[in-house]
Design a protein around this ligand. Structure first.
Ligand code: XMP
Length: 432
């Protein structure tokens, strides 16, 4: 039985942090709303203890909120955090490191610490087998961390025959990404992978469209259309795999809202498609770093599992203004050089996000003793915790010179390399 700690949220902004911490100490945790009853909690398999998290003076809809007093009488250890009501806080403020206290609390439950990547995979494989049975599952496989891990889990649990992955190449992925999806899933895992070359379809639709939001809309809609076309061709598929993760479900950072939402992530698919299927969401209780650990344990390459965030519209929003195939190639090639050199310099994983982008203005240069009128490329590298604010790290000058030289010699049509030094705010991370 999986040991479980219930984190009961009384309007704290740090539920996810505590839940994450409990798991890192080897016990599974889930976040519950402040009004959860003892009866509801007792029905949760493996419940070992309760953390009441948040002040008893917090207010929701003009009313003070507190946990149901009966939670203290369940015969289970209760840890109170920042709770100054009838039950005094075990942990009043927030010390820098509360690991010891949490460890002592977990010991007090007397339960086994049995939460780890392997035990998750084993339990989830069993869950998937029982949910899906002999039926068939369809999955949109973008090549991002979440959909890749869902695919690997589904294949492990159900085998290749019951799982169909659809990978849509919209022409806006980074260099080698689509090829990697095909290589890993079709060749190495033997997955049933439908590869859709939709490059022309997307680029034709985007031709002449300069407005960023319009571009996003077209890319999103077109993706749905392509996926719908493929789904229609398949017979007998009843389930749809989704890469929903725990942060999608837990809405943190608010003292008033109902903090645990029941929420269906349609993975960018519209309701009418998602509703045709029964959803399978095997990683919906995992935090991002846990998803990565599961991916690693299932044999996915680091390039796929540890990849930095990449916007859904991909290079479409890094090829500024109206996208042309020529400039798209320039941004893809320069981005590959940047990533290659950052990798070699050991900066992968140290800098949060880095990429190149290409404006739609030319500048003058000299090539082969003649005047050239070519494009500039901009390097963007940022560090951030939550993408809401970001800073630009100091980077080694020789490395930046090397990247510049390589882009200027290896990418035809580029005669200038710039570095964006703007923090967020005022600038956003992406340019569009
Ligand atoms: P900004 O540019 O808003 O970016 O500072 C913050 C983070 O979000 C990513 N981003 C997107 N991700 N679809 C996405 O899935 C988008 O349209 C999009 N726009 C920006 C960006 O890469 C950064 O990590």
């Amino acid at each position: 039985m999986r040991s479980l700690i219930a984190i009961v949220d009384v309007g704290s902004t740090r539920n996810a942090e505590i839940a994450r911490k409990v798991r890192s100490l080897g016990m599974y945790s889930e976040i519950f709303n402040y009004d959860v009853t003892a009866q509801e909690l007792k029905a949760v398999p493996g419940l070992c203890g309760v953390v009441v998290n948040g002040g008893s003076n917090n207010v929701l809809d003009g009313k003070k909120i507190d946990v149901n007093a009966e939670l203290y009488d369940m015969g289970l250890p209760v840890l109170t955090v920042g709770h100054e009501g009838a039950h005094k806080a075990d942990l009043p403020a927030w010390p820098e490191d509360y690991t010891d206290l949490l460890n002592a609390f977990l010991d007090r439950t007397g339960c086994e610490r049995n939460w780890n990547t392997e035990s998750f995979i084993e339990a989830e494989v069993a869950n998937l087998k029982s949910q899906v049975g002999a039926r068939k599952v369809l999955l949109a496989l973008s090549g991002g961390v979440d959909s890749s891990v869902v695919a690997a889990l589904l294949i492990k649990a159900l085998g290749k025959e019951q799982v169909t992955c659809v990978h849509v190449n919209h022409g806006l992925l980074r260099k080698g990404e689509s090829e990697q999806v095909v290589k890993v899933f079709r060749e190495q895992m033997g997955a049933n992978l439908i590869y859709v070359d939709a490059v022309d379809r997307f680029l034709d639709k985007l031709a002449g469209v300069a407005d960023p939001e319009q571009k996003r809309k077209i890319i999103g809609n077109e993706f749905i259309e392509v996926f719908r076309d493929e789904a229609m061709k398949l017979k007998g598929v009843e389930l749809l795999g989704q890469g929903t993760i725990y942060p999608d479900i837990v809405e943190s950072g608010t003292k008033t809202a109902k903090l645990v939402k029941s929420h269906h992530n349609t993975g960018g698919l519209p309701k009418d498609i998602a509703e045709k299927f029964e959803l399978v969401e095997p990683i919906k209780m995992l935090f991002k770093d846990e998803v990565r650990a599961v991916g690693r344990a299932l044999g996915l390459p680091s390039k796929m599992v540890d990849r930095q965030p990449f916007p859904g519209p991909g290079l479409g929003v890094r090829c500024l203004g109206a996208i042309t195939r020529e400039r798209l190639e320039m941004v893809r090639e320069s981005d590959a050089i940047l990533r290659d050199e950052f990798d070699k310099a050991g900066l992968n994983g140290k800098v949060w996000q880095y990429f190149t982008l290409i404006p739609d203005t030319k500048s003058t240069g000299v090539r082969n003793n003649a005047r050239a009128y070519e494009y500039p490329v901009v390097i963007r590298a940022v560090n951030t915790v939550d993408a809401m604010t970001a800073t630009v790290p100091e980077l080694p000058w020789p490395l930046m010179k090397k990247i510049t030289d390589r882009i200027l010699t290896e990418v035809p049509g580029v005669c200038r390399v710039l570095m964006d030094l703007s923090p967020k705010p005022i600038a956003t991370i992406e340019w569009e």
